[in-house]
Design a protein around this ligand. Structure first.
Ligand code: HEM
Length: 230
């Protein structure tokens, strides 16, 4: 019963919540659809935290997705021992990068008075959940070898069963507690997504590629060689 609630009901509730609340927020409060940047308040630590965090976590999430969408390709990629080692070590290094980046972002929010003032309760909740999720992923990769292989025979069929509306919790309900916690953590993040700054994830400015050029015109009058600002 508990397995059904955690590995069937909870993922569906999380995804439905993300879509429904996400759309509602987009149409009723579009201005809030942003990471609400604090770059103007503090830039230096932000750079050293944000860059490693984003490069680390985005590549890792891309690997999660790649193995899910192309299990055959992933399986041949890890088929040779050397490639498996390289992949796992790269994953651990990227996870470390993300952890260091997150830690810096955490310290920045705590230590900088101006950034602290614009940090809400949900920001703190989300930061803690995200950090815990990344630490759990690192733990799983380090102590439950070889995740890039058993992921294909546990998480992938479970996620596919959910996506095809024929949920089968038994693929993951027998896994160790820490592994299950990491998997559920992914759906907790999806459930929290529409209530947080993470919504900026779906506002990647891809339209910049095809939008018309912006015409920028100086709004100054020049009089006898002297610029006069309006
Ligand atoms: C937003 C959600 C998620 C985040 C931020 C996240 C993050 C991470 C990180 C940082 C690692 C360590 C990577 C490494 O060192 O190789 C990891 C590993 C792992 N994650 Fe996730 N993860 C998420 C969701 C999920 C979900 C939903 C599943 C399964 C359904 C999953 C399954 C795994 C497995 C099996 C590993 C071990 C891979 C290995 O041993 O190389 N993750 N995750």
């Amino acid at each position: 019963m508990i397995d059904l609630a955690l590995f069937v009901a909870f993922p569906y509730v999380a995804v439905i919540l993300a879509i429904v609340v996400g759309l509602y927020r987009y149409y009723t409060d579009r201005f809030s659809y942003s990471s609400l940047s604090s770059q103007f308040l503090e830039n230096r630590t932000l750079f050293w935290g944000s860059v490693p965090f984003h490069y680390g976590i985005l590549v890792i999430l891309l690997a999660h997705l790649l193995a899910l969408l192309f299990p055959g390709l992933w399986s041949s990629l890890i088929g040779a021992q050397a490639r498996l080692y390289v992949l796992e070590v790269t994953g651990l290094a990227l996870a470390l990068m993300a952890i260091v980046g997150m830690a810096l972002l955490f310290i920045r929010r705590l230590n900088n008075q101006r950034v602290l003032m614009v940090t809400s309760t949900i920001d703190w909740i989300f930061l803690v959940v995200l950090l815990a999720q990344i630490l759990l992923g690192f733990w799983v990769a380090l102590f439950f070898r070889w995740g890039s292989d058993w992921y294909l025979h546990t998480a992938v069929p479970w996620l596919i069963s959910l996506a095809t509306l024929s949920p089968q919790a038994q693929y993951v309900s027998v896994l160790p507690f820490i592994v299950k916690l990491h998997m559920l953590g992914g759906f907790l993040i999806i459930a929290l997504f529409p209530f947080t700054r993470l919504v900026h994830f779906v506002t990647f400015p891809i339209t910049y590629f095809w939008r018309p050029y912006q015409v920028v015109i100086w709004n100054r009058r020049v009089r006898a060689g002297v610029e006069v600002k309006k």
